[in-house]
Design a protein around this ligand. Structure first.
Ligand SMILES: O=C(O)CCC(=O)C(=O)O
Ligand SMILES: [Fe+2]
Length: 252
């Protein structure tokens, strides 16, 4: 048998997908109002050996952001991932992974357009107090937007993903979950349905997560694109990163 480490990402993802009980996960996803956790989707040892060095390698390009009362942390955009940590794209673009997601959410999911800095990005919690307040991953696209998070580094006891299922649901009572996202653990949800936050990082701790976004319709109105770009600039990747790419796209 080939060891984990000798395997490429595509093959590791194919194997991980083949091992899933899709019918059970599909039931769970819908029973939880379009939310699912898959512990150890990729084996921790594989993630630490193959993917974590990619995430640690782009730390120099990390954009720090601070929005008083809402968010503090670091982010690396899709543009940097594409250029300097391309192994993550083997997961984001994997045919078997995308076919699994389509079956899970009962929709044909598309990659985000190339000018979306969030499509496959990295979130870093590296300084005490780094966190994000409660929010939805609202879709500004014409269709739905799905978020897939995968834990990469979790050297923390305090920094947790807090999820409130069924918030704003017409009949069900809200249900609160506090999740530690260990390397290889995956969380999948419809961005307009899951109310979630990340609690503050403690002293000497570190948490890194991969985020991947898929959409059912890659079109976005001009006003929403501007709003989305401004939000991404201040809350995540910086004005220069976001608008350099947006303008390059326009003039091309
Ligand atoms: O770090 C995470 O696990 C999630 C962060 C998040 O929800 C966001 O940036 O929208
Ligand atoms: Fe979020």
């Amino acid at each position: 048998m080939v060891s984990n480490m000798a395997m490429g990402i595509t093959e590791a993802v194919d194997r991980a997908v083949a091992a899933l009980d899709v019918d059970r996960l599909h039931r769970e996803y819908w029973e939880q109002n379009e939310f699912l956790v898959i512990r150890q989707f990729l084996p921790r040892a594989f993630v630490e050996e193959v993917l974590v060095p990619q995430a640690q390698g782009v730390k120099t390009e990390l954009n720090r952001n601070y929005i008083p009362g809402h968010k503090k942390g670091g982010s690396v955009s899709y543009y940097t991932v594409r250029r300097r940590a391309p192994l993550f794209l083997d997961l984001y673009r994997s045919d078997s992974f995308r076919a699994f997601l389509d079956r899970l959410v009962d929709a044909k999911l598309l990659l985000c357009p190339e000018n979306d800095p969030h499509s496959c990005a990295l979130y870093y919690y590296t300084e005490p107090g780094d966190h994000i307040g409660f929010h939805y991953d609202t879709s500004y696209y014409k269709g739905a937007r799905y978020t897939i998070l995968m834990g990469l580094v979790d050297r923390s006891t305090q920094c947790k993903l807090v999820c409130e299922l069924f918030k704003d649901h017409p009949t069900k009572a809200p249900q609160r979950l506090e999740l530690i996202t260990e390397p290889g653990d995956m969380v999948i949800f419809n961005g307009d349905k899951l109310w979630h936050a990340v609690t503050p990082l403690g002293e000497g701790e570190e948490r890194i997560a991969l985020t991947m976004e898929y959409v059912t319709n890659p079109e976005m109105g001009a006003f929403k694109r501007l709003y989305s770009n401004l939000k991404d600039s201040f809350a995540y990747f910086g004005l220069k990163t976001v608008f350099k790419q947006a303008l390059a796209k326009k003039s091309s």
